[in-house]
Write a protein of this length. Structure first.
Length: 244
């Protein structure tokens, strides 16, 4: 068989086609594994996001396994130390997520993403009624610190313009000089109850993750099949040619 393929000039095209098909099929299999992982992650997020809230202390005992965990905390918002995170809302456009330290009874701190405000309401003086002074109960989803991407802008603590969750830097900027213990995650506050005046608007956590892995897998498998088809057509044509 090998001698026949060599005689027809098909040996190396067959070898290269086989390598290409194996490579493309491996990419398809990898995307199928990614699909299973993503579907499991989506299911876990849905389960956590709608479960009964756990206490802040219990959440901290879980170590790093807190992402999207529903958490409840009670304390006083340190409104004069809020941090402004650049955000974009599909309806309101450019705006900010207002992240405020919540001081618990024992003096410890957890940062709370209270939600979105449009750019024209960034100034706290324009939304004073939405900054409660007394004790509040916050229920929301825990979000771990972020690692910035290659194109993520640097946080500017001096100008109070933030782009990603860097809890040590946030603590240094918003709790200066304090020795309070700071929770290693941020709580994204839920939409309800809404603060007086309606702003900030909570419920900003994106729970729907992009999941196109099946589409990608079918693309790779389709390319593998197309490569086989091209080689088959080429081989049939070459095989039918009379030998010189």
């Amino acid at each position: 068989m090998l001698s026949a393929l060599r005689a027809r000039g098909l040996l190396w095209p067959a070898v290269m086609t086989l390598i290409g098909v194996v490579f493309l099929a491996a990419l398809g299999n990898w995307q199928m594994r990614r699909l299973a992982w993503k579907e499991g992650l989506i299911a876990a997020i849905a389960e956590r996001a709608h479960a009964a809230p756990t206490s802040l202390a219990d959440a901290e005992q879980r170590g790093g396994d807190v992402e999207y965990l529903r958490v409840k905390a009670t304390g006083k918002l340190l409104n004069d130390r809020e941090l402004d995170f650049y955000a974009f809302d599909e309806q309101a456009g450019v705006g900010w997520h207002i992240v405020t330290p919540l001081q618990l009874a024992d003096g410890s701190i957890v940062f709370v993403n209270r939600g979105f405000v449009p750019d024209e309401l960034k100034d706290p003086a324009k939304r004073q009624e939405g900054r409660p002074a007394g004790e509040v109960e916050i229920v929301g989803l825990a979000r771990k610190p972020e690692t910035p991407g290659a194109f993520t802008p640097a946080n500017d603590a001096g100008k109070n313009v933030w782009y990603w969750r860097d809890i040590p830097a946030m603590a240094a900027a918003a709790v200066p000089g304090d020795k309070a213990r700071v929770a290693p995650f941020v709580i994204d506050a839920e939409l309800e109850p809404r603060p007086s005046g309606g702003w900030p608007r909570g419920g900003v956590t994106r729970l729907e993750l992009p999941n196109r892995h099946l589409e990608y897998a079918l693309t790779w498998y389709g390319l593998a099949a197309a490569l086989l088809g091209v080689f088959a057509a080429f081989a049939v044509t070459r095989w039918r040619q009379p030998r010189g």
